[in-house]
Design a protein around this ligand. Structure first.
Ligand code: SF4
Length: 258
């Protein structure tokens, strides 16, 4: 794309008492949503920076550091757009790395599938009320712990560090803690103190991504990204950069829970 194909805009948001200025350059032409992910990553980084600043000023500094990948054995929720982005990222890798990463995905799925975890998670997230919210939350917590205890590392985890750090999903960017690293290694201890995010762009992206390409309301864990992209090829909707940004920031007024 040449220079005329891009548009720059500015937005100021307030996180707590802190104003956050965003300057974004987006495609003027219609593009599929996953092409916008680098921009959503920048926005997420700014939100996370603002939230960690607030936490640090309250004496809760981030304790995460390179080489501690305990959280990378959790079920990372991704959006439909990130399924596409991750699939294309792996496709673009040179050999033999591409085959190695694909093999890690396949091994992870093969470890989890016999446990019935994917079906149980989908049944829980798509179950209609009237189950009390507390009971539903408990089921999700139990499933999250069950996944963690399977000990399946993210296919991108190498030497306990993220090998795709600049491209990692939005949910990974938002997951930071202020408690000692050893508590993350035993997630059930109840001693993990997460840094509270004022906004979760990962949820905003999940909502605007939703075209139910993989089935209504499904939970999309990172470990299934390659399989989902391969099994559900589809022409993806396209919008201009400003239209996608309007959709994204339109989610700001909605609850941050889903
Ligand atoms: S993508 Fe990176 S940060 Fe996210 S779970 Fe995988 S290794 Fe960890």
């Amino acid at each position: 794309m040449d220079q005329d194909d891009w548009i720059t805009g500015r937005v100021t948001l307030r996180i707590g008492a802190q104003p956050v200025d965003l300057e974004m350059t987006v495609p003027a032409q219609p593009v599929p949503l996953h092409r916008m992910i680098p921009i959503f990553q920048q926005v997420t980084n700014l939100f996370v920076e603002a939230s960690t600043g607030v936490a640090a000023s309250d004496g809760r500094a981030v304790s995460c550091k390179a080489g501690c990948g305990a959280c990378c054995r959790q079920a990372v929720p991704i959006s439909e757009a990130e399924v596409q982005q991750i699939s294309e990222l792996v496709e673009a890798m040179p050999e033999p790395r591409r085959s190695e990463i694909r093999a890690r995905f396949a091994a992870g799925v093969a470890r989890i599938r016999p446990t019935g975890w994917f079906e149980a998670m989908d049944a829980t997230v798509t179950a209609p009320p009237p189950e009390p919210a507390e009971a539903a939350r408990q089921k999700l917590t139990d499933l999250a712990l069950q996944y963690f205890h399977l000990g399946v590392p993210c296919p991108f985890l190498e030497d306990e560090s993220c090998s795709i750090h600049p491209d990692r999903p939005l949910a990974c960017r938002e997951y930071l803690v202020s408690s000692p690293a050893e508590h993350c290694a035993v997630l059930a201890s109840g001693t993990v103190r997460k840094i509270e995010m004022a906004l979760k762009p990962s949820r905003m992206l999940r909502r605007i991504s939703r075209i139910e390409r993989f089935g209504p309301g499904r939970f999309l864990p990172l470990i299934l990204a390659l399989e989902l992209a391969q099994d559900h090829p589809r022409e993806l909707p396209q919008k201009t950069g400003p239209q996608w940004m309007a959709d994204f920031f339109g989610e700001l007024g909605r609850t941050q829970q889903d």
